[in-house]
Design a protein around this ligand. Structure first.
Ligand code: HEM
Length: 211
């Protein structure tokens, strides 16, 4: 199917390959999230900008589905999936600071959102853990920078790499915020994109949403 990525089910096919269909006895994975671009879903797509590498087809709406979907919504153009996981880089003091400041997703005033799928290069994945941590925080200050924008911006990180070799991205990053914090979000992504960490980003698409 032209324009589709990730999976290519017809819109009336049951989705049985993602941890099981509950009607068929499979277990629902509570860490699994789907992002389906098409013509339905709670979020209206305001823009899709290709930052690096290949883009994604333009769609009018985004559906965010937690756990399992029986059927893709009609006219779904693309589906991305990822799982939440344990943290890899956060140190104790950072964890404390994040927990003290971060807000939950879904606040009534958070009527803007961003889905930013990201793929890092093999050069990144070939590095040992300690060098990745050094680039991520000691050089790029990802957590220190992010903390400045809490609690205005709420976030959830989804990992894709361990779902299989055909995933088009390594991470699906998801954020929501009130319209008055839209400029703060621009500042945040601007700060991160000039860091050493971002030299390892080989594909990035920036999808902005409203509800
Ligand atoms: C809202 C402020 C932000 C905070 C507090 C924040 C915090 C974090 C933390 C703590 C991690 C590490 C998780 C771990 O230890 O495994 C992380 C990872 C990540 N964040 Fe952010 N972040 C923020 C904004 C952003 C933005 C705006 C983007 C994208 C433009 C982004 C993209 C990523 C990616 C791709 C990773 C995974 C990095 C990797 O494992 O290689 N973050 N973030």
């Amino acid at each position: 199917m032209a324009g589709k990525i990730g999976i290519s089910y017809g819109s009336d096919s049951p989705m049985t390959e993602f941890g099981g269909n509950p009607l068929r006895g499979g277990a629902i994975n509570p860490r699994l999230f789907f992002f389906a671009g098409g013509v339905s879903g709670a979020w209206s797509v305001e823009s899709i900008n290709t930052v690096t590498g290949e883009g994604l087809p333009l769609v009018s709406r985004l559906d965010v589905v937690h756990g399992e979907i029986e059927k893709l919504p009609p006219k779904t153009e693309w589906v991305l999936k990822g799982v939440t996981s344990n943290v890899r880089y956060v140190a104790r003091a950072e964890q404390r600071a994040l927990l003290a400041r971060q807000a939950a997703l879904g606040r009534p005033e958070a009527r803007r959102a961003a889905l930013i799928p990201i793929k890092k290069s093999s050069a990144w994945w070939d590095l040992p853990q300690d060098e990745r941590r050094r680039i991520f925080e000691e050089s790029s200050h990802h957590i220190a920078t992010g903390l400045k924008y809490l609690p205005a911006i709420a976030r959830r990180l989804h990992h894709c790499r361990d779902l299989g070799d055909s995933e088009p991205f390594d991470f699906l990053t998801w954020f929501d915020y009130a319209p008055e914090h839209a400029q703060a979000f621009e500042d945040l992504v601007g700060e991160l994109r000039v860091t050493e960490e971002w030299k390892f980003v080989e594909r990035e698409v920036d999808i902005r949403l409203a509800r």
